[in-house]
Design a protein around this ligand. Structure first.
Ligand code: S3P
Length: 444
């Protein structure tokens, strides 16, 4: 896990950003590829795996529960799975570091296995709500002992056989959906998740890819009914993980706001449940072009070129939020230098991410001279009309990788450098971020 010692860094405007870059593998797909490979019988091969701390926490946990996982080269991993139902009692607590996805999805897996596991995490993760997965998994028969407020450290005792449920998601969350589906893998009968607002569907795609009997029906009201037949037998796969659109958003916004820039990001995942950020930037007038559109391992992929653009403020429809939920911090940076007002709402979930992202972005952006009003469920931002922001402040990033990267991007278009108090959490999702930004500044 990243060092306890904070590592501050400053980011300054150094002229246009230019070049072609590849961002690391998709974090959501990387977690799922390790988990499902560990539950298949036989050897799966994964390439393009994100080797960030969050994903390494998942790998360590799957190893601790019996899977054989080996790194064979850069981003290349082989996994010998134990089969659905075959996970073993871990010898010690599972350290999830900063990773909410590892925690919630693994709680689902443990819930229907004959084992007891304790989950621990860092200061950020230990504040995040786990009740949202404890509720459905308790209905399936698992038992929980959690810290006050339903937080980590917590202990899960799985039940075999678990009880299949029909679960109506009370919050638009791919993590909750996935936790229930993963618990359903080793549960007799049909586990159903009812999803009124679509969230990222990597679990559904990958479960099908591994041979699970999973169907998705969209009813007359547009509500998704996801049904998984339990006691599944998963077959090992070869998986090529596409680049993470959430990571691609950082160099793309940096290019859009920095005069004279042109940046291409290759091999970016374009799953429609993830591309809300690109749609909203285009609605603001962003010059984005897509090339080489193709399909990789059941996921659409493209190369994206972003050219500096004068963005115009917009009102973001709240129903697009789940498809850009992790991109709001950097989107707020784009809005801060746009022409006119950007209004966002319906973003209560941002308050329970790796940090309270509404509060931290509002405070940090104001500190570097942006005009921001913080509301309960969103930010209202008055942009500079393309002018640089003032900069010259130190930002509290509160163990949140995306806050740190967002202010590194903001620093590209400020009069004075922006200092991020601790950039070490960036390694949870994008270990090559600083080197990439440096290369984009140097290639001309
Ligand atoms: C994720 C789902 C989202 C997202 C997180 C990854 C996933 O969380 O914010 O970074 O891999 O399923 P929620 O499901 O809590 O919205």
């Amino acid at each position: 896990m990243h060092s306890v010692q904070p590592r501050p860094a400053s980011f300054r405007s150094q002229g246009p950003l230019r070049g072609t870059v590849k961002v690391p593998g998709d974090k959501s797909i990387s977690h799922r590829s390790l988990m499902l490979s560990a539950l298949a019988v036989g050897e799966s091969r994964i390439s393009g795996l994100l080797e960030g701390e969050d994903v390494l926490a998942t790998a360590a946990a799957m190893r601790a529960m019996g899977a054989h996982i080996e790194r064979t080269g850069e981003g290349c991993w082989t996994v010998h799975g134990v089969g659905v139902g075959g996970l073993m009692q871990p010898a010690s607590a599972l350290d999830m570091g900063n990773s909410g996805t590892s925690t919630r999805l693994l709680m689902g897996l443990v819930a229907s296995h004959a084992l007891t596991a304790t989950f621990i995490g860092d200061a950020s993760l230990s504040k995040r709500p786990m009740g949202r997965v404890i509720n459905p998994l308790s209905q399936m028969g698992a038992e929980f002992t959690a810290s006050p407020g339903g937080t980590l450290p917590l202990m899960v005792r799985g039940l075999v056989p678990a009880v299949p449920i029909r679960y109506h998601l009370p919050v638009a969350s791919a993590q909750v959906k996935s936790a229930v589906l993963l618990a359903g893998l080793n549960t007799p009968g049909i586990t159903e998740v009812i999803e009124p607002v679509p969230t990222r569907d990597h679990s559904e795609r990958m479960l099908r890819g591994f041979g699970a009997d999973l169907t998705v029906e969209i009813d007359a009201d547009g509500v998704r009914h996801i049904r998984l037949v339990g006691e599944a037998e998963l077959k090992p796969q070869t998986i090529d993980v596409p680049g993470d659109p959430s990571s691609a958003a950082f160099p793309i916004v940096a290019a859009l706001i920095t005069p004279g820039s042109e940046v291409t990001v290759t091999h970016v995942g374009m799953n429609p449940t993830r591309t809300g950020i690109f749609k909203m930037l285009e609605a603001m007038g962003a010059d984005l072009t897509y090339a080489n559109e193709r399909e990789v391992g059941g996921e659409p992929v493209a190369d994206i070129t972003a050219r500096h653009s004068l963005l115009r403020g917009i009102e973001v429809p709240p129903d697009i939020a789940p498809s850009m939920i992790d991109e709001f911090p950097v989107f707020f940076v784009a809005a801060s230098t746009a022409q006119g007002q950007t209004i966002t709402s319906g973003l209560d979930e941002l308050r329970v991410k790796e940090s309270d992202r509404l509060a931290l972005m509002a405070t940090g952006l104001k500190a570097i001279g942006a005009q921001v009003e913080e509301r309960e469920d969103g930010l209202v931002i008055q942009g500079t009309g393309g002018e640089p922001l003032e900069g010259g402040a130190t930002i509290n990033s509160a163990l949140d990788h995306r806050i740190a990267m967002s202010f590194a991007v903001a620093g590209q278009h400020c009069y004075h450098p922006v200092t991020v108090d601790d950039v070490s959490p960036i390694a949870t999702s994008f270990p090559t971020f600083e080197a990439m930004m440096h290369n984009l500044q140097e290639t001309h």
